[in-house]
Design a binder for this molecule. Structure first.
Ligand code: SF4
Ligand code: SF4
Length: 371
């Protein structure tokens, strides 16, 4: 049997709990439990970023992992988003801030975060490539790479105009494999043609690939009734050659339990399962859902605090299951702190969205449907 890729824990959608101040905070006790389950299952790769979980992910990772396990028992990845800085000093200072917040001492993997579109040029203008190669020479980075949200031609241009990296991190899942905006397959092939190991993000598309239309579920269940729905996306990604690690941004202890079980007990997809997954992909592609991955980038710059991913999630529930009570219930509790109707159409979210979603139009639809 072929090997499955390794499994990584993405610290981007951590569980939350209401604090004494009435605000939502990372549920650090549950995060610790999740880390323990993950490590007990034999997995050791953790992926964070300065911007994950509203800038609090790195500190949470320190508390849940770095402070509790020997440094050589896990691998840690973080990322530098040069495009949010106003100049080179601010961009470079992010590296020390990441080291400080994680207390990691060094990074096993470090990434220039989210290159593509207008974001790429900040890394050149601020000298971040040379700066990070120097950090690697200084022993503070073991493997240097980049994460990317744009098309394959743009990836090719970035890779071919700079010094060789150690790896790339790409958005790859079965739903986006042939998607003309994301170009998962083509981006993967660009990396493979350069012998660059790939770290896969969003193998379950922010969790949406465990909520499939009934017809797609039926096809998959028929091919293999024994396996959980999440296993299809994880195994699709982990079955690809040249993949270093498949990341999952897990939010509950149960998700960690299920996903680690999938990654330890199930092998790569067999031929019959591949055919079924192709059919499920075709069914999914025929349903016009909003391609939101709940990454949260849009939320940080929203002046009105609109709960954008939650509103889009409720829209997708409605589209997939045609169930107004369920979609409406999801909308009510998930957007309580920032309804779609409070959008003032400033457009900041659309500039930040790596999935190119017409957020304002979708929010207007959500407000009309659910409010
Ligand atoms: S367009 Fe609306 S939702 Fe988007 S950032 Fe502006 S106020 Fe927020
Ligand atoms: S709308 Fe775009 S930026 Fe916002 S959470 Fe969804 S995918 Fe991320």
């Amino acid at each position: 049997m072929d090997e499955m890729a390794k499994f990584g824990f993405g610290f981007m959608r951590l569980p939350e709990i209401e604090g004494a101040d009435g605000e939502m905070h990372i549920d650090i006790d549950q995060a610790k439990e999740m880390v323990d389950i993950f490590m007990d299952a034999g997995f050791t790769y953790f992926d964070t970023a300065r911007r994950y979980h509203f800038g609090k992910s790195e500190a949470a990772l320190k508390e849940a992992l770095v402070d509790r396990y020997p440094r050589d028992s896990f691998q840690l990845a973080s990322k530098l988003p040069a495009w949010v800085a106003k100049g080179p000093d601010e961009a470079r200072a992010m590296f020390d801030a990441s080291l400080d917040q994680t207390s990691a001492g060094y990074f096993d993997f470090f990434l220039m975060h989210n290159l593509g579109e207008y974001r790429t040029k900040a890394f050149d203008e601020y000298g971040i490539w040379d700066f990070l190669f120097q950090k690697k020479e200084d022993g503070l980075i073991r493997k240097l790479g980049l994460s990317f949200h744009d098309n394959a031609a743009a990836l090719e241009a970035v890779l071919d105009s700079h010094r060789p990296l150690d790896f790339v991190q790409l958005q790859i899942n079965f739903a986006d494999w042939e998607n003309s905006l994301i170009e998962s397959r083509k981006c993967y092939e660009v990396a493979r043609a350069r012998n660059l190991p790939v770290v896969i993000m969003e193998p379950l598309k922010g969790g949406s690939l465990v909520h499939l239309p009934a017809a797609a579920v039926e096809v998959l269940r028929e091919a293999n009734p024994e396996v959980p729905l999440a296993s299809w996306g994880l195994r699709f990604a982990a079955s690809l050659p040249g993949v270093l690690t498949v990341l999952s941004g897990m939010s509950t202890a149960d998700q960690v339990r299920e996903n680690t079980r999938i990654m330890t007990s199930l092998g790569p997809l067999n031929e019959q399962e591949r055919v079924a997954l192709e059919q499920a992909r075709a069914i999914l592609a025929s349903v016009p859902t909003v391609p939101c991955t709940s990454c949260g980038y849009c939320v940080e710059g929203c002046p009105e605090g609109v709960r954008i991913p939650s509103a889009l999630y409720a829209l997708n529930i409605m589209t997939l299951f045609d169930d107004m009570p369920m979609a409406s219930h999801e909308y009510d509790w998930r957007t309580a702190g920032g309804r779609a109707s409070s959008c003032i159409e400033c457009g900041a979210c659309e500039l930040a969205c790596p999935q190119h979603i017409e957020v304002m139009k979708e929010l207007a639809r959500a407000a009309e449907l659910f409010e």
